[in-house]
Design a protein around this ligand. Sequence first.
Ligand code: ACM
Length: 538
Amino acid sequence: MIKSILIRILSLLFIGLIFLACQKEKKIPIKMPATDLSGENMIPKPLKIIPTNNGFALDKYTAIYTSKETTGFAEIGQFLADKIKFKTNLEIPVNEEGIDSIERVIYINQSDSVALNTPESYQLYINKDSVILNSNTAEGAFRGIQTLRQLIPFNSNDTLAKHQIWVVPTGKIIDKPNFEYRGSMLDVARHFFSVSDVKKYIDLLAYYKINILHLHLSDDQGWRIEIKSWPKLTTIGGSTEVGGASGGFYTQKEYSEIVAYAAERYITIIPEIDMPGHTNAASVSYPFLNGNGKKLKLYEGTRVGFSTFNTKKDTTYKFIDDVVNEISALTPGPYFHIGGDESHVTKKADYKYFVNRVEKIIRKHGKKMIGWDDIAVADIDSTSIAQFWRSEKNAKKAVKKGMKVIISIAQKAYLDMKYDSLSKHGLNWAGHIPVDTAYIWTPDNYIEIPKESILGIEAPLWSETISDINELEYLAFPRIIGYSELSWSTEENRNWDSYKKRLANHAPFLDMMDVKYYPSTLIDWKKSKFTYSSIKKD
Ligand code: ACM
């Protein structure tokens, strides 16, 4: 304890000395223009913003320092430096001591302040000569640097000094999330998406403080994760996808690479193995699993509800135990999703028996079970979680059982619904979801369940109609950005008119990241000279 206080004092002294050194050497002070923090482009909107109407000059004389005694802070400092380099081409040193030319610092500080009362809380103090980011945990620091990234302008000001300066507006931001669970789901089963596609999606989610990526890893059309004890799942079950292309799957090494990449961005991966329905690909691979009595063949269409596991055989549960064991061992997050939706050809009593028995397997492997709201009909434990996508009755049943609910209501939060009748991709069974409809609703009280029962919000992206990253981005962006605000920002801080102006200002970021977003005419998109290729060439 005393040691850590001493280290803290020494590091603050060290920063103080840097300041003094800078003051001595400072040549011509830069006269910063007044900029207004409240008028900026932050999504999700922070809890409190207090502008002080001055500017911090991000330039080649800026350095990043971090708390060193807490795991993760130095890496977050480097992450910020890498993102600043990508956006501005500035090389900002991280935790480098003895650089004479430094005039300004960004300090990412581990703080035990009681005001930081959730793991993701942070305070950002932007002053004329320093930016101080306080957070209790590395996770909070990571969320905070996303805010700072959004405050750095795309264009430098080249008239304030002889060198380029990116003017960051000064002020104070106090922030924390409204919901602890803020997710998106990606269906890699109907169409397979490569590791690099998933990583790109993770990078984009992280920028918007989303902290969950749920991967729908199996369905009738494909099984997408290597299971060493049941190899035909991928050699046979992974060989197809909707439309007849050759599918694919993640090796365990690749899946672990995704999990690690997400963890570096403080995103938890939730694996889903959908069962007892949506299991054709598994049953074709191992026919003893099949419970619908029909002849099995690989399936490349988009119908649902025709497959089921045999819920009566012990070998089915032995198989599930192996699968859950192997995937859980690769997944550090607390959750395992068992699907459980649309099991139309499983008898009701068999379905309940199955869900109860699988829940025990999930718990045996140290995970909390999540299932689509259909699972609420079974006699399950209050620690399991229901994902409310369709049935209000089931969602309320889950709450009665003491379970938490994730809000993913299809009419509002399904990323795979078309924007309108002219949408190039998407389905429409839950209606059209234009960008304003996606944003203007209140997940906190969409149905009458107490807010304490809502774990958070997740926007699922089913992939029947999309087969590559561009098509994925067309459906996900910009709507997922709105869901980030719906899950992070409080109801009082959400407002469509403000949001749509801020969203318009995100076009340069999306262009820079080469995101093929749907250019909704509801938004007056800001034009930008940036493209991904122009930045990459630098
Ligand atoms: C679902 O959309 N079948 C959960």
